[in-house]
Design a protein around this ligand. Structure first.
Ligand code: SF4
Ligand code: SF4
Length: 370
């Protein structure tokens, strides 16, 4: 017997599913969805569960994370019930449910999220004001003469531990929710599908490419690779400073990588900002404030990362130090809130796809043996 949450639909509506009560269950949305399959069918099934308040069925399935919010279902819904919007609202709701100590609630509330973002930014600014060097190198740009490597090292370690703790704890919560004991999957089978998901769904996002709007696919890929490229450029730059020398000619590698990745991230985030502000596609006509904050932080991370590497390259000390300081504040906000805010989909989706892929493979093997 399924447990029913009578407030479920109202709670999900608060997360952005404003029109879903208009649904009369025709099934058009599922028929047109390019990603729905016989095995994992959505969004109509999600709508039915939502209306009936069967929350557990939604939280224990991978369907939410298989949707890439292309909006094709919303475009063809005869009742304008916005089924794609429901999928996104369910995802916001689910991120809150998986969150340790309900911390994610803070970032999905109106006033609480404003207070939290301002507070976190002030903490980062206070750290920079306290630990910056008022007399940095003005002959040749050296970001580590402005903010010391020791401070960045220890602050980065604390940040990394906090993020890893919450990310792992919440992934375990999701794992327990989606895991099916009766499937008897071997470690070898988990391992095999792990690589499949990592390459095809994380690095290439092959399934997203099945949606009709290819521009949106490329922009999403740019968000991922721009962010990863900037992350790698930062590690390389500090690694060369730390292990080789601040004067090493090898630093050209992270600078070029940083500039290129910053531009790629700017393209991806800029595309989504532009569509959401100026082109009212079905997927961009309503944006929750958590969407706005995420895309703006990604955009600012790309912009400041790009400017920092550019100013270092052409040797403009103060512009480089200011870009560096702003970049650190933005990245602090983005990373510290990653397990709780919209960024969390980057960890939940691969896990959900991995589990569902493994079970699909297992079922195929079992059917072949039967
Ligand atoms: S959301 Fe629209 S298309 Fe989907 S079942 Fe309901 S009425 Fe039909
Ligand atoms: S938004 Fe796109 S992927 Fe998501 S349910 Fe609708 S049609 Fe399917």
């Amino acid at each position: 017997m399924e447990k029913v949450n009578p407030d479920f639909l109202d709670n999900v509506k608060e997360m952005g599913a404003f029109d879903i009560s208009a649904c009369y269950s025709c099934g058009n949305c599922t028929a047109v969805c390019p990603l729905s399959t016989e095995e994992y069918s959505f969004p109509r099934k999600m709508i039915r569960y939502s209306m009936l308040g069967i929350e557990d069925k939604i939280l224990s399935g991978p369907e939410l994370w298989q949707c890439y919010y292309c909006g094709e279902c919303t475009d063809t819904c005869p009742r304008e019930a916005d089924p794609g919007g429901l999928m996104m609202a369910l995802r916001r709701y689910t991120i809150r449910q998986y969150s340790v100590g309900k911390i994610a609630d803070i970032f999905y509330g109106g006033t609480s999220s404003v207070i939290a973002w301002v507070f976190l930014s002030l903490v980062a600014i206070a750290g920079l004001v306290y630990f910056h060097n008022p007399t940095p190198n003005l002959q040749r740009v050296d970001p580590l003469s402005f903010i010391t490597l020791d401070f960045l090292h220890y602050a980065g370690m604390v940040l990394g531990i906090v993020i890893a703790f919450f990310a792992i704890a919440q992934l375990v919560i999701m794992w327990r929710s989606l895991y099916k004991d009766e499937m008897h999957v071997t470690i070898g089978e988990w391992w095999q599908s792990f690589w499949d998901i990592l390459i095809n769904e994380v690095f290439i996002q092959k399934t997203f490419n099945e949606c009709e709007d290819k521009n949106r696919y490329w922009a999403h890929l740019a968000l991922l690779w721009g962010f990863l490229g900037l992350f790698l450029a930062t590690i390389l730059a500090f690694g060369i400073d730390f292990l080789i020398s601040v004067d090493s000619g090898l630093k050209i590698i992270p600078h070029v990588l940083g500039i290129v990745s910053g531009l790629v991230l700017l393209y991806g985030s800029g595309y989504y900002l532009y569509r959401r502000y100026f082109i009212k596609d079905s997927y961009s006509k309503y944006s929750h404030h958590s969407d706005w904050v995420f895309i703006w932080l990604m955009f600012l991370a790309g912009l400041t990362g790009f400017l920092l590497d550019l100013f270092v390259w052409i040797n403009l000390p103060w512009p480089a130090y200011i870009a560096f300081a702003v970049h650190l504040v933005v990245v602090f906000d983005l990373l510290l809130t990653a397990p709780f805010a919209k960024f969390a989909h980057a960890m939940y989706r691969p896990l959900a796809l991995w589990i569902s892929k493994t079970y699909s493979n297992k079922e195929k093997v079992q059917q072949a043996q039967a």
